[in-house]
Design a protein around this ligand. Structure first.
Ligand code: CUA
Length: 159
């Protein structure tokens, strides 16, 4: 005799509902993943990790003014520093951060803001934020990246 024959009717019904629900969720997940091209959840571009230092823009990590109160920050996170390590912007400036890594996975977290990114070898991660409050913001690596991870910091001064 099979186990299912011993089950009360309600238990069989609930078991069937459970199995069908899981199947439906998996189908939705697969459809979304395939439909969206299975890319990371950022505006990610690829870059070969050994090519980070060669072609522009990441050969010269920098903060670039792109418009009235608009900036692009081309950043490289590398064991155990951010490049550029210090940036200055006026209050109210909108900064688009583009960050990558030539070695291991790092993070870029700016406390008190929504900036919470990952610097991944092979990808360029992008995020835009408007700094409405002036202050001295630390740039913090919040992905464990090696022995000096806790010392990996930078600075963003909003004047
Ligand atoms: Cu870089 Cu932790």
């Amino acid at each position: 005799m099979k186990l299912i024959d011993h089950m009360p009717r309600y238990e069989r019904i609930w078991l069937a509902i459970g199995v069908i629900s899981i199947a439906v969720f998996l189908v939705i997940l697969a459809a979304l993943a395939i439909g969206l091209g299975h890319t990371p959840a950022t505006h990610a571009n690829t870059i070969a990790p050994d090519q980070v230092a060669v072609p522009p823009p990441f050969d010269q990590p920098r903060l670039e003014r792109t418009g009235p109160n608009e900036y692009q920050a081309y950043m490289v996170a590398q064991m155990f520093s951010f490049f550029p390590g210090e940036m200055r912007i006026p209050k109210g400036a909108t900064v688009t951060f583009k960050i990558t890594s030539p070695d291991v996975v790092h993070g870029l977290f700016i406390p008190g803001t929504n900036v919470n990114m990952m610097a991944i070898p092979g990808l360029v991660t992008e995020f835009t934020y408007t700094f409405k409050k002036s202050g001295d913001y630390p740039l913090i690596c919040h992905e464990y990246c090696g022995v000096a991870h806790q010392l990996m910091m930078g600075r963003l001064i909003v004047e």
